[in-house]
Design a protein around this ligand. Sequence first.
Ligand code: ADP
Ligand code: ZN
Ligand code: ZN
Length: 752
Amino acid sequence: MYVQVIVDVPQVDCDQNYYYRVPADLAGQVAPGNGVWVSFNGRVVRGWAVALGEELPADLKNFSVQPVIGVDETYRLNADLLALVVPLAEAVMSTRADILRLLAPPGMRRGRPVARICLPEKLSPEQIVLWEGIDPDCALILNRLSRAPKQSLRRSAFSGWPKSRLAGVLARLAGAGLVEEKICLPSRREKRAVRSPGAGPALLPAGRAPVLTTAQQKAVDALATAIDQQRPGTFLLHGVTGSGKTEVYLQAASRALAQGRQVLYLVPEIALTPQAGNHLAERFGRQAVVVLHSKLSEAVRRREWYRIAAGQVPVVIGARSAVFTPLPDLGLIIVDEEHETSYRQEREPKYHARQVALARAARCRAVAVLGSATPSLESYQKALTGKYQLLRLPERVAGRKLPAVNLVDMREELTAGNRGMFSRALLQAITQCLQREQQVMLYLNRRGFAPFIICRECGNVLTCPRCSISLVYHRVGERLHCHYCHFRQMVPKQCPVCHSRAVRFFGTGTQRIESELAGHFPGAQVLRLDRDAAEGPGVEKVISTFSETGGDILVGTQMITKGLDFPRVTLVGILAADASLHIADFQATERTFQLLAQVAGRAGRAGLPGEVIVQSYCPEHYCLQLVKDHDFEAFYAREIALRERLGYPPFSRLVRLEFRGADQTAVAVAAETWTETFKQLNGSKEFNVWGPAPAAVVKVDDKFRWQLTLRLAGGDARPLRQAIRRAGQAYTSRRGCPAGVKVSITVDPAGL
Ligand code: ADP
Ligand code: ZN
Ligand code: ZN
């Protein structure tokens, strides 16, 4: 028997399956999905068995193939996950080993095999003395071994010896049958994750469910039918904020559970959605639900991994990486807030959990449901063209109204002499809300914040003449820079539209809000939820304090946008609503709409009527107007038409290459070299090459960054991937290429 193994060496030149012989003593144990130990380039490395077979391929027939050294029998990866490895590695341009590391149990990379040298039989002092005459080196080793406990030592105990000399001695001793070298594999304590039917805990009688609205009922029926028929398919649940999407998920979940299958529930960030885990636990019982939280210790995550793999956990909820949990018989995958960018992993391998979820669901014959009040353009397009089935919840539950949204023009505030961060309308609304003893949320829009230049008289934002995208302000040299086509210009002294001299760059912070609030509302208790708070009191603490109404005003950045449900919040204020409109990114408007609609949706979720005040320097922008009207469909129609006209995704595919290194010249040279190769490979003008240019933030952690973007019309990214692979080969085989430059590739980057 032979087994194909993916070795845990995430290097491009080792990114293939290798053949190993299955020795007789391991015959029954090696199976696809097992972790194995094999020797590879003279070392013992970990790997994963991916396929078994009787025959070697023709080109290996005449070679002697090495045996598998050991098997980790404690786990066996699910077939559906194993089948994902190659396509996923291909799609995100990482190695198979990188993907397998995501699939393997947490902490499995600890424990390395140890090479030991031992004496199979005890030697008498006389024998050793005899060897001193023949081969003093051999005698030294025999002497040490015979005094060691169990006559055995780690090979590393001899690390003082020159390598080749040690190898020679050991070969002579092994030849004489006096010593043995053994590889000791790390031992594992886990019981093998075998699936036993009915191993799961009996589900508790379901917690009481509310009477569904008509729209909820329709959605649940459609999902239930698909689940019952085990008909894999993707549903997009488009429900406005407060329309009761969670209840739809819960009832679909209980349908899958009733069939004895499992449910995977993905949320953008687990710390920000403690409520979702609680709902599941209340409905299905604490025992039935595992919340995969990033704060769990590795030992706990590991234990849960084995329980899940054994089919003992019916429901798993977690963020991005939970998409790889080894639920053995998935019936339903839920991707809540499917538009959120945190589903994409920004470091390698750069997978997108939504895409993985869909691929996985298809393989397990599971139903996938993507939910959002503001679906991504990409998903909504698929729903409209019939690739996904669209389910709608157009209204809030129990006859509640969406909040009234007021746009405030901050240019007028300035004219009226108000230089503070709060408009008069917002200050007044806060006063009233506090008088009613209700709660306020203030959102400071800083998403992807890149400083831009705005005219404070007319609101004009300086944009690129060729791309209609705002120019990014670079303090060095007082320059403006287009991050798409790399147009540059000096910061003008006057506004090109109204010739005012009040052109300023734009930037602001949460601390300033806090101090201004303290001035206006000295008695109010203000809580803050941003990345700083996450390091201080902790996100959950702030959320639970505020939801137990232990605070009057919650100030936050994008962390407060995600699915939070505070019944006593009746006023939401949005500061700098247009900040994220002007970042140099083709997705800027989409992201802004999503953020604002989601934040606005936090107001008036329980019976109390809600109000939203949106402060902006350009309230006439269609994005803000459509947020005001709660009109996602109109926004979609407008935005998708623009994308089509400009040839941006989803009408094209983008790949971004980032070059990073400590030496700026080396980074620039590498970027230029790759660009040149792409231009050569692109003789028939299959794709566009944009750049190279310094990244928006050129220096991070003392590393310089340049980037380069490729665009390909159409949906299939394969030609781009091929070009990248060839350019990579061309680059590494070239002489005189600067060393120390790392290239990182992102397929379908979230923005640019
Ligand atoms: P969404 O995720 O769509 O923004 P949620 O699922 O958080 O909305 O639901 C909003 C509120 O409505 C929650 O407090 C929930 O308990 C409640 N709810 C959901 N469905 C119903 C229903 N059918 N009847 C009454 N209340 C409901
Ligand atoms: Zn102007
Ligand atoms: Zn441009």
